[in-house]
Design a protein. Structure first.
Length: 168
């Protein structure tokens, strides 16, 4: 997955609309479904937990299906890209202890994966205005750059391929 610069304002606007749409869809859908089921199949004891649960589950599944169906729509481009980038970074972070151990031995793939992780994290943190840990990331990036220089490697995030994680 290539790292690309995305329009922060468009991303935030579309993400907020998607979140608001999901929340509204969940509220309206679950209430409509559960109230319809309660009206059709009333419970003498007054407990409608099962119908309410079925309404929430049905609305949630419907929203998930709609999000999946429209994930390739132009409106969802930035939102889906960030979601997929977060998944990619999560895969790298799960292997980070092994990657760091291999990077100390000069493994070029490990150094590249860590570099990609840092570059992707920097991109996400800028999009989310999460600059609190940016100094720590810069320190880690400097350590990585010195390790790459030590082993005479040039790291480019565009060279990263997820298949290199299989060896760790």
């Amino acid at each position: 997955m290539q790292l690309i610069e995305i329009n922060k304002a468009r991303y935030r606007r579309h993400l907020n609309l998607v979140i608001a749409g999901c929340i509204c869809g969940l509220i309206i859908g679950s209430l409509a479904i559960s109230q319809t089921l309660i009206g059709l199949f009333p419970d003498a004891s007054g407990s409608h937990f099962n119908w309410n649960l079925l309404g929430v589950v049905t609305a949630s599944v419907t929203i998930a299906l709609l999000l999946n169906k429209y994930r390739s729509h132009d409106f969802m481009t930035e939102v889906v890209y960030v979601w997929e980038l977060k998944q990619t970074l999560n895969k790298i972070n799960r292997k980070m202890p092994r990657l760091k151990a291999a990077s100390l031995k000069g493994n070029a793939d490990a150094l590249l994966a860590i570099h990609y992780s840092y570059a992707g994290s920097r991109l996400l943190w800028k999009l989310d205005d999460n600059t609190i840990v940016m100094d720590e990331l810069m320190t880690q990036q400097a350590e990585l750059d010195s390790a790459a220089e030590k082993y005479h490697l040039t790291l480019n995030a565009d060279d990263y391929d997820a298949s290199i994680l299989k060896q760790f």
